[in-house]
Design a protein around this ligand. Structure first.
Ligand SMILES: [Zn+2]
Length: 102
């Protein structure tokens, strides 16, 4: 019983870390609960999804990560783009900065 509680809290911590980084809470909850400690470590070391630069698919217009090579919606093969779209985190910071008078 005690072990289940420990696994639950590992899962919770991993899920929260994953969520903060713009990834799935549920996936990281499972990873951290099933592989205690190392799963949580993986969540902490995992790249910040919402800090990645983004790009738009020329085929269907879907917003993808800059490092994606194939569109996940239409399957279009993607060259490295000339223009990147700012990451979600960056956009949020810009919006927050815009609210304060200069
Ligand atoms: Zn596409």
């Amino acid at each position: 019983m005690g072990l289940l509680v420990i696994l639950f809290f590992f899962g919770l911590a991993g899920g929260i870390v994953g969520r903060i980084k713009g990834s799935s809470f549920f996936i990281w909850f499972l990873v951290a609960a099933l592989v205690p400690f190392f799963g949580l470590l993986a969540a902490v070391c995992y790249r910040w999804d919402n800090r990645e630069l983004r790009r738009q698919c020329p085929g269907c217009g879907r917003i993808l990560k800059l490092h994606d090579t194939v569109c996940t919606r239409c399957g279009e093969e993607l060259d490295f783009p000339d223009v990147a779209i700012a990451s979600e985190a960056e956009m949020r910071e810009r919006r927050a900065a815009g609210r304060t008078p200069a």
